[in-house]
Design a protein around this ligand. Sequence first.
Ligand code: ZN
Length: 165
Amino acid sequence: MNKKGHVLNAVLLSIGLGYLLEPATELSHVPATLETMVMIAVPVTLGALFPDVDTAFGKHRKTLHNLAVLGAFVAYPFVFGNLEFVWIGILTHYALDVAGSKRGIALFYPLSSKEYGLPTGVAVSSRYATIVTLVVTAAELTLAAAIVFELPQWGFELGRQAMGL
Ligand SMILES: [Zn+2]
């Protein structure tokens, strides 16, 4: 996917995530929701632009398109106390390259150079690229909504059963 696709995906995803995390159930809550969207959108969009730096440094779709790089960005906030949310941008970049573009990415690089992609992908220059980007974004938000709304429920149930209640 090209930069336009990655930015579109990151911004829409951030708006959706901001709403999921801080839903504006009444008018007075709208500023807090908007603030959460902005707080998420900047690091996520920067993260979504990062993997393609490997077009200039290293091997494209390999050097900065693998699970080790994602792991480093997930760990970074825990170790250094900053760069929260950037990993979401990295992850959504991978998701869009894997599901939305014809050529996959080398998830296990540098262990393996094999590139993994889904048959749903289209050529970067395809006129369907934007549609595919929107479909992938919608799928991501559906998954995020399921995690935000369903997971606490499952966790609650599991905890209840574990305590024998
Ligand atoms: Zn990429």
